[in-house]
Write a new protein. Structure first.
Length: 337
């Protein structure tokens, strides 16, 4: 099986988060053709994870996993001599292709592995949360995200925050009669930007991104409502940071914490080169699926961009790495120290 060809097939199926059904159906059919026992894991109407296990085998010790969904917009595939381009080429459809090719090779070498492909990673890890309620008892989970084929030993977490300021409308010719929610929000955000954030000598700093600001009604109306959506990248527990955010904003606005994906320290195997990644993954939502490892072809620096790509050489190298990792992990199961 050619991982580059399979990557292009997958990229050409639009699967923006919430619309993963068609790519799920494609993978279900393809894996059945490869003689896997394939089952759908319902997440919500028209959305499902895909679980594929080697037939007539005990529960595999190792399961490969990544996500089927992509960020918008859809970008069809193309290629040149060295790379595959298009939405999801590295995040994470090239990884799906590499994992399927690795699982095929491992079956031929009598070292079978499972495959778990998930919906919703790009938004809220909904598919992973559902999968976590249905573990199969495998010992190790090799999760795929674009790490340039280096083994991640830590992954930053995420804390999403909504800051909402409220005011009182008035005619802008008489600002003293109103109370500007935008002014309050700007002051709150300035305080948050000036706030010192936790750092880790091993992982680096906590970072803040103010992703969306919205509010107001018209240029000649004192605004009664304004809101900002913030995202912190975590390098440790969030309890202290949450308390400081609330205290820093004070009475200027309301603070709501809408999502947290914890910081994660990850397992390594052998002497593979390691890296700390600043992005989050499905791994914190899959703690019932065995000891996690994180590695995949492609660079996170081009993921979510209009020129997303994965190098064909990295796809082939990932197949070799996934096979090598799986064999080392199975050896740990069979011959524990």
């Amino acid at each position: 099986m050619d991982p580059a060809f399979l990557t292009r097939e997958l990229v050409d199926i639009e699967s923006i988060t919430g619309n993963e059904a068609q790519v799920g159906e494609f993978l279900e059919q393809r894996l059945k053709e490869l003689d896997y026992e394939v089952s759908r894991m319902a997440v919500e109407e028209h959305r499902f994870n895909v679980l594929a296990l080697p037939p007539r085998q005990p529960v595999p010790g190792v399961v490969f996993s990544t996500h089927m969904d992509t960020v918008p917009p859809f970008i069809a595939s193309s290629e040149d001599a060295t790379c595959i381009y298009g939405r999801g080429s590295c995040d994470a459809k090239g990884i799906i292709a590499a994992q399927i090719c690795a699982a095929q090779r491992l079956r031929a070498e009598d070292c079978p592995a499972g495959l778990l492909f998930l919906v919703g990673e790009e938004r809220d890890s909904h598919g992973a949360k559902v999968a976590n309620q249905h573990p199969i008892g495998n010992r190790f989970l090799i999760n795929g995200e674009p790490t340039d084929n280096r083994l991640a030993n830590a992954s930053k977490g995420v804390l999403r925050v909504e800051v909402t300021a409220r005011g009182r409308m008035a005619h802008s010719a008489y600002p003293e009669l109103g109370e500007s929610a935008i002014d309050k929000l700007l002051e709150a955000l300035q305080r948050l930007r000036a706030m010192s954030l936790p750092t880790s000598p091993e992982v680096g700093p906590t970072t803040l991104n103010i992703g969306i600001i919205e509010g107001g009604r018209a240029p000649n109306v004192i605004p009664d409502h304004a809101k900002a959506y913030l995202l912190y990248r975590l390098v440790g527990p969030s309890d202290g940071l949450r308390q400081r955010i609330v205290a820093t904003v004070g009475t200027l606005a309301d603070v709501d914490f809408t999502l947290e994906i914890p910081f994660a320290r990850l397992s390594t195997v052998g002497s593979l080169p390691t890296v700390v990644v600043s992005f989050t993954t499905d791994i914190p939502a899959l703690d019932q699926w065995g000891q996690p490892l994180l590695l995949g072809p492609g660079s996170i620096h081009v993921a979510h961009t209009e020129h997303e790509y994965v190098a064909k050489a990295q796809l082939l190298a990932a197949v070799d790495l996934y096979c090598s990792m799986a064999k080392q992990l199975v050896a740990q199961i069979l011959h524990p120290r």
